[in-house]
Design a protein around this ligand. Structure first.
Ligand code: LLP
Length: 426
């Protein structure tokens, strides 16, 4: 066998004998069997990513709640449920999904600015660990639902907006004053006092989440200091906080990004927590992308190449409905041919999908040596791709395969037109 250079950030995705593999399996064979576009995930990458958090928290009282919005496919949720993870959910649908995957409801926390009464009832009935409440109005409603409808107290944290800049894309920064998330730092103590006075609520923690695809430790350190300042104030007011939740947000390597490893980041954060006397407090984190992002690729077929006046286009069968991040955030995903080819014959292409929008692009100005019928892998497609996929242009959502060593499991069938028409009444 020839040496197997793993792709940067993707230790389990490598070129071997001229063919791109996920763990022990060649992607081309999976694409032949299941068709394209096809998402393929490495189970080992997910477990390694989780292990980095577990190492970081060794000897501490910590709960890792996978933020399932990153990838909520049942087969992926099962990997984390079997590994003993908790989950961060943001809807009743996510709660139903994660319970179907075998999660322990006592390890589920519920985030989000717009929880409905029905979702509150559902979560109270399931016995989740904690609601991360995001506004004073939500406190009132949750109190009423708990008292009047569910007959039990709701355990809560209040999500604080620490007003720190996570230095990421504006659409995925959440902890700045101008964002819709959380309760303003200045209002935190008053909100906690009010929460503690409501008979349907039991205050158990404090929460913050400052943004996503964060590639430096400093915004976390700033947020941590600001949250701890509040913890001191709130506890001085006689309201004990059982756990501290620092949200998710750690980035991955899309394009020479160099985020700290989870264990290295937490080494720094725990040193600050220790220094301020909070190191033995129960900790909660809500990582999403960093647990699944580089576990996945999307395999797509080149339908046509088309020379243009200004640009050359490589038209593939995956589109913005499968891979919405470039269109939504101008995000960069590496694109790699499945079969290694001579770079000498490369042309500069915009890689685009079949959807009828100019925003339907997957990569711009990419040097590729490709021909009609070739297969390409779009990398870093494990997070916020399938979970944000849509049926735009009546395109069925892709199939998904989970690879463990030399075993591949189809975890989601390709969506058919019949699936799409099922709920429509004429
Ligand atoms: N906790 C809360 C309250 C969140 O809002 C999020 C993500 C997470 C945890 C997980 O963050 P992560 O560890 O995955 O960064 N669709 C965008 C990302 C949106 C993130 C929304 N909230 C993207 O594709 O970049």
């Amino acid at each position: 066998m020839s040496p197997s250079p793993a792709l940067p950030g993707h230790p389990h995705i490598a070129q071997r004998d001229g063919a791109l593999h996920v763990e022990a399996l060649p992607l081309a064979a999976l694409a032949r069997e299941h068709g394209t576009p096809l998402f393929v995930y490495s189970k080992q990458w997910m477990l390694d990513a989780l292990a980095a958090y577990q190492r970081g928290f060794e000897g501490r009282d910590a709960l890792i709640c996978y933020a399932m919005k990153a990838n909520s496919s049942l087969g992926v949720l099962r990997v984390f449920a079997e590994a003993g993870c908790g989950f961060d959910i943001v809807s009743g649908g996510e709660l139903a999904r994660v319970l179907a995957a075998g999660a322990d409801p006592a390890k589920v926390i519920f985030s989000g600015v717009g929880k409905t009464r029905a979702e509150m009832r559902q979560a109270l009935a399931a016995g989740i660990a904690c609601f991360n409440v995001e506004s004073e109005a939500e406190l009132e409603v949750l109190n009423a639902v708990a008292l009047e409808e569910a007959g039990r107290r709701a355990r809560i944290s209040i999500r604080i907006n620490p007003n720190v800049d996570p230095k990421t894309h504006p659409y995925i920064s959440t902890g700045l004053k101008g964002n819709k998330f959380g309760v303003a730092h200045d209002r935190a103590l008053a909100t906690y006092r009010h929460a503690a006075s409501l008979p349907g609520l039991e205050v158990v923690g404090i929460d913050c989440h400052i943004g996503s695809q964060i590639t430096e430790a400093s915004p976390y350190l700033d947020a941590l200091e600001r949250v701890l300042d509040l913890v001191v104030l709130i506890e001085e007011a006689g309201i004990p906080l059982h756990h501290l939740d620092f949200g998710g947000g750690l980035g991955i390597d899309y394009n020479h990004d160099t985020p700290p490893a989870a264990d290295a980041l937490w080494k720094q954060l725990l040193a600050r927590l220790d220094a301020r006397g909070f190191g033995q407090r129960k900790l909660v984190v809500e990582p999403g992308r960093s647990l699944v992002g580089n576990a996945g690729v999307c395999v797509t077929e080149v339908l046509y190449t088309k020379p243009g006046e200004d640009k050359n286009f490589c038209i593939v069968d995956a589109a913005m409905n499968d891979l919405p991040r470039p269109a939504m955030y101008q995000a960069f995903h590496r694109i790699v041919p499945l079969a290694a080819r001579d770079a000498a014959g490369a042309t500069t292409y915009d890689v685009v999908g079949p959807v009828c929008e100019s925003g339907d692009w997957i990569g711009r100005d990419r040097e590729l040596n490709v021909a009609q019928g070739d297969l390409l892998a779009v990398l870093s497609a494990g997070a916020y791709c399938m979970s944000m996929a849509s049926n735009y242009n009546t395109r069925g959502r892709a199939a998904e395969v989970l690879v463990a060593g030399n075993r591949a499991t189809l975890i989601r069938r390709r969506e058919s037109v019949e699936d799409q028409l099922r709920n429509e009444l004429t």
